[in-house]
Write a protein that binds this ligand. Structure first.
Ligand SMILES: Nc1nc2c(c(=O)[nH]1)N[C@H]1C(S)=C(S)[C@@H](COP(=O)(O)O)O[C@H]1N2
Ligand SMILES: [Mo]
Length: 411
C-alpha cells in the first residue's frame, strides 16, 4: 500500500468520527444558505446579503468535495467494518450519492453562463429534487441517532447485565408492539413529512405541469384595472402554443398592486416630449405579439411565452430621444427595483413593454399590469411593475447589478 495512503488511514477510527462531524456541519451550512436562497421571501429582506449567502453556499459547496474524497480513501476499510450492517451501508451510499449529486448540479448552476440555460435548468431540477428528498433524510438520520433516542437497553449496557442490578426498561421488551424508540422515530419521520410534504408536492406539481402556477396567479391577481386589455388574435390562442415551465415569483418588496386611480406610466428625462398615460389611455396604445424564452440566472427558464405589449422602441420614438441621452433607465412601481439598457440595446426590435402573457393580463405576482420583457437577456433586466422610462446621459447600475450580478446580461 502506498505510504501516503497508510498515513491517511492511521488513527482511522478517530478520523472517521471527525470526518462525520465535519461533514455534518458542512451540510448544516449548505442547508441553511441553500434554503434562504430558495425562499423568495428572503430576496427583499436580504438584498445585498443574498449575494454573500450565495457566495458562502458556493464556496462551502465546493469545499464539501474534501470530506468526500477523504472518506473515499478510508472507504475500503469502513466498508469491511460494515459487513452485515446493511442499513448502515445503504446509508453511506445514500449520503455519498446526495453529496456528489449536489456538488455536480451545483457546479453547473454556478457556471450557468458557460453551460447555458438547458443544462442549468436541468441542474436546478436535480439540485432541488436532491434537497427535497435528501434534506429530510439527513435530518431524520441525524435526529434519530441522537444518544437519548437509543434503545434504553443499549443505553444501559455499560452499567451491568440485565438482572444484575439494572432493571430492563419495559419498552425494551422486544415483544412490545412498538418500542419507545421506534415510536419516537416514527413520530419524527411523520413530523418531517408533514412539514416538508406540502411544499414538496407543490414543487413537484410545478415541475410536472406547464404553468399551472400562472393560472393560480391570474386567479389571485391583486390589480384592479378597467378595462382589461383585449387580446389580439395572435395572443388568443397564443401563437407560441402556451408557455412551458413555471415562473418563480421574485420580488424585493411586498408585491405592489394598482388600480385605475394609482396607475400611471411615463417616459421622461432627455426626451423632446415628456409623456404620461393613465390606464385607459395606456390600454389604447397599439400592441404587438411575440414569442420568447425567459431565462433567470438562478437556473430556471420558461419557454415559448407569448407576450403582447408595446415595443420599447415605439415609446422612444413617440417621446423623441435627445442627442445627449446615453442610457434608458427603467423604474418599477415597487419603488425600489430599477434597471437599465444602453440606448443601442433599448432599440432592439424584440423588447416589449408587455401587458399580456399567453392571452391573459399579466397578474400582479408576475409584474402586471405592465412589465418589461428583454428576450435576449437574463430576466433580471425584465423589470416588473414597470411604470417609468427615463432617458439619462450617464450610466445606471440596476438593483441586482449593484448587488453583484453582471451588467452584461446577454444570454
Ligand atoms: N420589480 C422587480 N422586477 C424584477 C425582479 C424583482 O425582484 N423586482 N426580479 C427580476 C428577476 S431576477 C427575475 S428572474 C424576473 C422574475 O420574474 P417573475 O417573478 O415574474 O418570475 O423578474 C425580474 N424583475
Ligand atoms: Mo433572476
Amino acid at each position: 500500500m502506498a505510504e501516503w495512503l497508510q498515513k491517511v488511514r492511521k488513527g482511522y477510527g478517530k478520523k472517521l468520527a471527525s470526518l462525520h462531524t465535519w461533514n455534518g456541519w458542512i451540510v448544516v451550512v449548505l442547508a441553511f444558505t441553500g434554503l434562504i436562497l430558495f425562499q423568495g421571501l428572503w430576496r427583499g429582506i436580504l438584498g445585498e446579503g443574498r449575494v454573500v449567502i450565495r457566495y458562502i453556499h458556493i464556496v462551502v459547496g465546493i469545499a464539501s468535495l474534501v470530506p468526500v474524497v477523504y472518506y473515499l480513501l478510508l472507504a475500503g476499510k469502513h466498508w469491511k467494518q460494515l459487513r452485515g450492517k446493511t442499513a448502515q451501508r445503504v446509508n453511506v451510499i445514500i449520503v455519498l450519492a446526495l453529496l456528489v449529486g449536489w456538488l455536480l448540479s451545483g457546479l453547473l448552476l454556478w457556471q450557468f453562463r458557460a453551460v447555458g440555460p438547458l443544462w442549468s435548468n436541468n441542474a436546478l431540477v436535480v439540485h432541488d429534487l436532491l434537497t427535497w428528498v435528501g434534506l429530510p433524510y439527513i435530518i431524520y438520520h441525524s435526529v434519530t441517532r441522537l444518544k437519548w433516542l437509543k434503545e434504553p437497553h443499549r443505553r444501559t449496557v455499560k452499567t451491568g447485565r440485565d438482572g444484575e442490578g439494572v432493571t430492563p426498561h419495559p419498552a425494551s421488551n422486544p415483544a412490545a408492539v412498538m418500542s419507545r424508540s421506534s415510536f419516537i422515530k416514527t413520530a419524527i419521520g411523520a413530523g418531517i413529512a408533514i412539514t416538508v410534504g406540502p411544499s414538496f408536492l407543490q414543487w413537484l406539481g410545478n415541475q410536472l405541469s406547464a404553468g399551472t402556477d400562472y393560472d393560480a396567479a391570474v386567479a389571485t391577481d391583486a390589480n384592479k384595472l378597467f378595462p382589461a386589455p383585449a387580446p389580439l388574435p395572435a395572443s388568443m390562442p397564443p401563437i407560441g402554443g402556451g408557455s412551458k415551465g413555471s415562473f418563480r415569483i421574485y420580488t424585493v418588496t411586498p408585491i405592489p398592486k394598482f388600480d385605475n386611480s394609482t396607475f400611471s406610466f411615463k417616459v421622461d428625462g432627455l426626451v423632446n416630449k415628456k409623456l404620461q398615460w393613465n390606464w385607459e389611455q395606456f390600454v389604447a396604445l397599439k400592441r404587438e405579439v411575440q414569442v420568447s424564452d425567459f431565462h433567470c440566472v438562478t437556473g430556471w427558464s420558461v419557454y415559448n411565452n407569448t407576450w403582447e405589449g408595446i415595443k420599447l422602441k415605439d415609446f422612444l420614438a413617440m417621446a423623441g430621444v435627445q442627442p445627449g441621452a446615453k442610457t434608458v433607465k427603467f423604474y418599477s412601481g415597487d419603488g425600489v427595483y430599477t434597471d437599465a439598457l444602453t440606448l443601442e440595446q433599448a432599440n432592439m426590435d424584440d423588447i416589449l413593454v408587455a401587458v399580456m402573457h399567453d392571452g391573459k393580463p399579466i397578474p400582479s405576482d408576475l409584474g402586471g399590469p405592465v412589465r418589461l420583457v428583454v428576450p435576449k437577456m437574463y430576466t433580471y433586466k425584465s423589470v416588473k411593475w414597470l411604470n417609468r422610462i427615463e432617458l439619462i446621459d450617464g450610466d445606471h447600475i440596476g438593483y441586482w447589478e449593484q448587488r453583484g450580478y453582471s451588467n452584461d446580461a446577454w444570454v
